[in-house]
Write a protein that binds this ligand. Structure first.
Ligand code: PLP
Length: 370
């Protein structure tokens, strides 16, 4: 596998630690070249189960903290059983472990000594955890209003935190400045992160006996899971294992929906209004890979769905009242499933519970009072 320029498709070897094309454009990875489902290591529950389709990382550099091959279980949404992947079961409490495990394994292989990242929470927690596992120093630029339990988690792993009083863009700019002396372990810019999240597509297919569902409903903030799934399903089509791409459905909070707005109006991604949302983890005003996300959803014949604060709250209550303690951001996707499923009564739909509620005690305490 090689790195490839997102526009010109020029190739770069994976021997060098880069995360951006030389001209400042986004960097991608080439598709995996071969895959034999019979060679899947069934005893391996981590992302390394699919090592054959992942970048070439020596066994001694492959990091895992015990998550992966998450259960795919039916969960009733308006009395209809929908299959959900339980992604909050990863070690750091969200699916971000998939991307962080892959990215930090490569950093370890490259002999990188320090990484920098900027995140509203879960991505920072995951990069900090796998940096700790690889004995790599980690600096995290975070928003001052980041949840105290996520800050505590990042600190516990030994990360150096730099709280910035400003917008997400100010924070991204500060991190960007730091990349002059440190490798950027970004979940948005770095293409290796998506090589980790693509394993979700492989798991879904394997759990459905190497068939694709009709549609997969996913969060669309920075779209790290959505683009990862697009890559994974595209590879599985290319290998002839599934016949066609499942529809990818991106869910956004109505209060911050740049992609849905662009998708339906054909405007550029930046024209929209933003209000606060309890789904803070998907409140991304300017997704770095916005154009790629729009193209991915379009190519799969999918769509975007926006959900109101009330719908997110209802979805969250439905989950916790059935014993599933997910974070409010995670409930936005569940709310998206409810409205999508009502439109398509005959489709086989798969979705995800993205993150645990255990890190969102403050916002959950507020929700309890409503
Ligand atoms: C990161 C995250 C999301 C959103 O993922 P994007 O990659 O921004 O689309 C949703 N839920 C949880 C719990 C997350 O940590």
């Amino acid at each position: 596998m090689k790195f490839s320029h997102s526009n010109t498709q020029e190739l770069y070897p994976m021997e060098d630690p880069i995360w951006l094309a030389p001209d400042g454009s986004l960097l991608d990875c080439t598709l995996a070249e071969h895959f034999n489902p019979d060679l899947v290591n069934k005893n391996e529950p981590s992302i390394w189960r699919y090592a054959e389709v992942l970048p070439n990382i020596a066994i001694e550099n492959r990091l895992s903290l015990g998550g992966g091959f998450t259960p795919l279980l039916p969960f009733a949404i308006n009395d209809r059983p929908i299959l959900f992947k339980h992604e909050y079961l990863f070690s750091t409490g969200s699916y971000k472990d998939r991307g962080a495990a892959l990215l930090m394994s490569m950093a370890k292989q490259w002999g990188i000594k320090n990484v920098v990242q900027d995140s509203s929470g879960n991505a920072g927690c995951a990069i900090a955890a796998y940096a700790a596992a690889a004995s790599i120093a980690c600096s995290l630029f975070i928003q001052e209003q980041t949840s105290p339990s996520k800050i505590a988690q990042m600190k516990a792993y030994g990360a150096t935190l730099k709280a910035i009083n400003g917008s997400r863009e100010d924070i991204a700019n500060a991190a960007m400045e730091a990349t002059k002396t440190s490798y950027y372990a970004s979940h948005c810019w770095n293409p290796l992160f998506f090589q980790g999240t693509k394993t979700l597509a492989y798991e879904i297919c394997e759990q459905l006996n190497w068939k694709a569902p009709d549609s997969v409903v996913l969060p669309a903030g920075n779209g790290t899971l959505l683009l990862g799934c697009y890559i994974g399903f595209s590879e599985l089509v290319q290998f002839g294992i599934i016949k066609h791409l499942p529809k990818l459905i991106g869910v956004q909070s109505a209060n911050c929906a740049p992609l849905a707005t662009a998708f339906f109006s054909e405007n550029n991604v930046e024209i929209f209004t933003q209000l606060p949302t309890i789904a803070e983890g998907i409140a991304i005003a300017k997704p770095v890979r916005g154009e790629q996300l729009l193209a991915a959803v379009k190519n799969t014949n999918g769509t975007f769905i926006t959900v109101s604060e009330q719908e997110i709250e209802n979805a969250w209550k439905n989950c916790v009242q059935k014993g599933l303690y997910i974070e409010p951001t995670s409930a936005a996707t569940v709310a998206g499933v409810a409205s999508y499923a009502a439109l398509f009564p005959n489709e086989q739909i798969v979705s995800v519970f993205t993150g645990t509620g255990l890190k969102s005690t403050d916002s959950i305490a507020k929700l309890n009072k409503l």
